[in-house]
Design a protein around this ligand. Structure first.
Ligand code: PLP
Length: 387
């Protein structure tokens, strides 16, 4: 059975060039980067070369990039340390954030007594920035705003330049989870004045187990993993040289082909919208997902006009991998906070959300296979309902 992989927002396959670069380092660079002899210093130099690469992409200084193990670690570090070391007493966030942000914020409320304020989205998944401004205006408490750049379930893009400017105006710190946008679009942090951001290499054909946190100079943030003085004492532990090389190589390729990949995926997304609209009358697209410019080009969030909680499994049996991003995230039985925040009760009861996410390797024949499978499942579901 040919496999169709449409869950690239969850993770992406490693590119051959990335594997080659990592294997080369694994074979030759076994030195500990903290050692003073040459084989250690060579490994250290490789890390610094990749740090400069990341910094150049974001238009920041290399000292502002801290390599970590993943997006989850970066987000944890930023939020926890903002509370523990920067005196944050209030966090403004949203029910649309990734679990690693949502859970960390909740823990800061429970364990540290931080005030947690949620900015609620409308039915399109948009936030009222005037409301954010009034929240920022009306508190004396040191505040961290944590609002993601692109939503990983519905793809909505937030104007983080505007949010960052508001935060600056009212002296709040701004953390943006940029896991779904790093390497997929240009990001200039000399203009977008976020204080903190996060990245995960496996979202752009790099390895799992490698990511970074952007920590603006002078923020005073400290690490949460202590021990050695690696990563300017912000993240102790012997560096994952292989993973960092994989991250750097994947970023190189993504940046070099950014326009070409974006055009390809926009094309695939338009084709998917056309095909699914033809095969599944009544289908809807969540948030800004079906629009250009206001949504990730890598992702299409659909709402099928029938209820079938087993659809992920049924598609998998036909060789198609997608995320249900809805009634259950990663097999969990609880409904997704994102879907509960934007869908009506009637939609939650009678419809089935699906997240389709693309890469530059996705082809129109993948989409044809998906459309055919969904049409078959729709017919079988409706038939069963009528029995
Ligand atoms: N933030 C967002 C928006 C994500 O989509 C993900 C991964 O799904 C993460 C954070 C967590 O990243 P990682 O898998 O590297 O821990």
């Amino acid at each position: 059975m040919d496999r169709v992989y449409l869950d690239n927002a969850a993770t992406t396959p490693l590119l051959e060039e990335v594997i080659d670069a990592m294997v080369d380092v694994m074979k030759t660079q076994y030195g500990n980067p903290s050692s003073t002899y040459s084989i250690g210093q060579e490994a250290k130099a490789i890390i610094e070369e990749n740090r400069r690469k990341v910094a150049a992409y974001l238009n920041v200084t290399p000292a502002e990039i801290i390599f970590t193990s993943c997006g989850t670690e970066s987000n944890n570090m930023i939020i926890r340390s903002s509370v523990d070391n920067l005196g944050v007493q209030r966090i403004i966030t949203s029910p649309m954030e990734h679990k690693c942000v949502a859970e960390t914020c909740l823990e800061m409320k429970k364990m540290r007594g931080v005030e947690l304020v949620y900015l609620r989205p409308d039915s399109k998944g948009d936030f009222d920035l005037a409301k954010l401004e009034s929240l920022l205006q009306n508190s004396e408490k040191k505040t961290l705003v944590s609002l993601m750049h692109a939503n990983n379930e519905i793809g909505n893009l937030l104007d983080i330049e505007k949010v960052a400017a508001l935060c600056k105006q009212y002296d709040a710190l701004y953390h943006s989870d940029t896991v779904q946008t790093v390497a997929h679009m240009p990001l200039d942090f000399s203009k977008i004045m976020v204080d903190f951001a996060s990245c995960s290499a496996h979202k752009f054909h790099g390895p799992k187990g490698a990511g970074f946190a952007f920590i603006r100079k002078s923020s005073g943030l400290k690490g949460i993993i202590v021990g050695g003085s690696q990563e300017r004492s912000l993240r102790a532990g012997t560096e994952n040289v292989t993973g960092i090389v994989g991250l750097g190589k994947a970023l190189d390729i993504a940046v070099e082909h950014m326009n070409e990949y974006a055009n390809h995926m926009e094309d695939i997304k338009a084709y998917t919208i056309e095909k699914l609209t033809e095969k599944i009358p009544g289908i809807l697209f969540n948030g800004h997902s079906a629009e250009r410019g206001t949504s990730l080009y890598t992702l299409l969030s659909v709402l099928l006009p029938f209820k079938n909680p087993l659809i992920g499994l049924q598609l998998d049996m036909k060789g198609i991998a997608v995320s249900q991003g809805s009634a259950c995230s990663s097999g969990a039985a609880k409904p997704s906070m994102v879907m509960m925040s934007i869908l009506t009760d009637e939609q939650m009861d009678n419809c089935t959300p699906l997240r389709l996410s693309f890469s530059h390797m996705t082809s129109k024949s993948d989409i044809d296979a998906l459309a055919k499978a969904l049409e078959e499942i729709k017919e079988a579901t409706i038939e069963k309902m009528n029995v």
